[in-house]
Design a protein around this ligand. Structure first.
Ligand code: NAP
Length: 261
């Protein structure tokens, strides 16, 4: 006689993830992927209506998600958003700092406003979100932080502000790994190359090139001979958030179809 195999009961308290800038693009793909991985997901973006739309898509796919409107560079909005996540979904222990903007220009034409805007969303935003979420991670004795860097961190013409911010994200990540490791929290960065999203569509438009021609030109420089998709980045984020990645911290993973785009 064989012993009955106990039925697997679903985890009643799934881990809670926050993804910023998740209404569209890489953030939306990441939110969908983490929901499919079994986490409850808070979709945070500037406009609540768009964040809610993405959360509804995730719910329609069988996941658990809420949409929250918040500007990640606003300390009060960040505190309120993280509190809402904690009360509506549970303590957030996974954070993906993905919200981002471009304000490209050659250095001699770059305004202070464009410099500050990029620093505010990427660096100040990641700082404020992480400071708010780490309290929950330290309480839980477990956490995952994934920051979006870029191949532009290695330098890119017309992106002095963005390259500095994305290189800054790498230093921020490594410092989080050192400070928070003892509390069971890992911090890693994903650095995408060329990914087809509204952000790269806007770049093509700004330089006056059709998107298909822009993609074709970029693909010529990519060793795997194709452009990146938001899902390619989401898969890397998913790994860093997994239980299996618990001994991997302070790393930067280039997701660029080659050593760099
Ligand atoms: P995207 O399509 O432009 O999406 C970015 C999202 O962030 C938008 O929904 C945007 O909201 C939101 N956002 C902007 N400022 C915000 C703020 N202050 N607070 C909250 N949300 C804010 O960009 P993406 O291509 O998916 O890029 C996602 C991340 O990957 C960014 O950090 C980007 O720098 C990085 N990345 C992208 C590529 C690429 O090739 N696409 C390559 C390397 C790195 P609104 O729509 O309302 O403005």
């Amino acid at each position: 006689m064989t012993a009955a195999i106990p039925a697997l009961t679903p985890d009643p308290t799934p881990r809670v993830a926050i993804v910023t800038g998740a209404a569209r693009g890489i953030g939306a793909a990441t939110a969908r992927r983490l929901a499919a991985d079994g986490y409850a997901v808070a979709v945070v973006d500037l406009l609540e209506e768009q964040a809610v739309e993405t959360a509804e898509t995730i719910a329609a796919e069988g996941g658990r998600a809420i949409g929250i409107g918040a500007d990640v560079s606003d300390a009060a909005a960040v505190a309120a958003a993280v509190e809402r996540v904690a009360s509506e979904l549970g303590a957030p222990t996974i954070l993906v700092n993905n919200a981002g903007i471009l304000r490209d220009n050659l250095l001699f034409k770059m305004s202070e406003t464009d410099w500050d805007a990029v620093m505010d969303v990427h660096l100040r935003g990641a700082f404020l979100m992480t400071r708010a979420v780490q309290a929950h991670q330290v309480d839980a004795g477990w956490g995952r932080i994934v920051n979006l860097s870029s191949t532009s961190a290695l330098g890119n013409r017309g992106q002095a502000n963005y390259a500095a911010a994305k290189a800054g994200m790498q230093g921020f990540t490594k410092t989080l790994a050192i400070e928070l490791g003892r509390y069971g929290v890992t911090a890693n960065a994903v650095a995408p190359g060329f990914i087809e999203t509204d952000m790269t569509k806007a770049t093509a438009e700004r330089i006056g090139v059709g998107f298909d021609d822009f993609v074709a030109a970029m693909v010529k420089e990519i060793p795997v001979a194709r452009s990146g998709r938001p899902e390619d980045v989401a898969a890397a984020v998913s790994y860093f958030c997994s239980e299996d990645a618990g001994f991997v911290s302070g790393q930067v993973l280039y997701v660029a179809g080659g050593p760099r785009a």
